[in-house]
Write a protein that binds this ligand. Structure first.
Ligand code: ADP
Ligand code: ADP
Length: 226
């Protein structure tokens, strides 16, 4: 079943100086099946982050339709989109964006605060502990981000993205700030979690070696899917 359907999507930005419309995405159509792993690649400035932001409903297209999990995004109010993001989409960025004053466990549980229908605290705690164990951080629950290595912080960010059991994980250069060894193991972890949880993974990456490991690669060139 298709989780994501984009049809004839276009997006432009106004250039700050001249005020000219600059097309960023042009007539992009694509479909992503539930459970797939997809890499988005292409040169810097080709529109990868813009596409990911639209998939995450953080940005809206100028033209075209986006249907996510059978919901047409254009028909949703901002409050409905906020609820949809909390319940169904997990985000991972190049930088971990962990809260420095919170422990690992508290950071992981933060996205659950936004849920309308929340599982009880014991269930959430169990889920958090199981995921932290799956990424090898079972001994770090009470630690602060500053006490962790770069690779460990990014693994906490992965667990935080999974805590609400999303249908979709959107990762924007999640390995961009890591050395090669940590980049490789983070990609392995994402793919393993994608397979065990059945979630869909869409990852923007500059690293051809990481992209090759995804089920499918989408290549953007000057805003066009090639
Ligand atoms: P990539 O992720 O492939 O590097 P982006 O999607 O970040 O590319 O950006 C594509 C183009 O859109 C770039 O030329 C960028 O300057 C422009 N752009 C992105 N976001 C904005 C914005 N909010 N306002 C104006 N221009 C933007
Ligand atoms: P990396 O090779 O990823 O840069 P680091 O040298 O930063 O790793 O960290 C190696 C180990 O030391 C990690 O397991 C991390 O948890 C631990 N560590 C790093 N900084 C601290 C700290 N301030 N307090 C306690 N443990 C730390």
């Amino acid at each position: 079943m298709s989780l994501i359907t984009l049809s004839h999507l276009s997006k432009s930005y106004r250039e700050p100086g001249s005020g000219n419309e600059v097309p960023v995405l042009r007539d992009v159509s694509l479909s992503i099946t539930a459970g797939e792993s997809v890499a988005i690649v292409g040169p810097s400035g080709c529109g990868k982050s813009t596409l990911l932001n639209i998939l995450g409903t953080l940005d809206v297209p100028d033209q075209g339709d986006y249907t996510f999990d059978s919901t047409s995004i254009a028909g949703c109010t901002p409050a409905q989109l906020a609820a949809l993001r909390s319940e169904k989409i997990g985000f991972i960025f190049q930088l971990h964006h962990l809260m420095p004053q919170c422990t690992v466990l508290e950071n992981v549980l933060l996205p659950t605060l936004a849920l309308k229908a929340k599982p009880d605290a014991a269930t959430l705690q169990q889920r958090a502990e199981a995921l932290l164990k799956a990424v090898g951080l079972q001994d770090r629950l009470g630690w602060k981000p500053a006490q962790l290595s770069g690779g460990e912080r990014q693994r906490v960010a992965v667990v935080r993205a999974l805590i609400n059991q999303p249908k979709l994980i959107l990762a924007d250069e999640p390995t961009g700030a890591l050395d090669e060894k940590n980049a490789e193991s983070l990609t392995s972890l994402l793919l393993e979690l994608q397979q065990t949880t059945g979630t869909t993974l869409v990852m923007v990456t500059h690293h051809p070696a990481q992209a090759e490991r995804m089920g499918r690669t989408l290549r953007l060139h000057e805003g066009i899917l090639v």
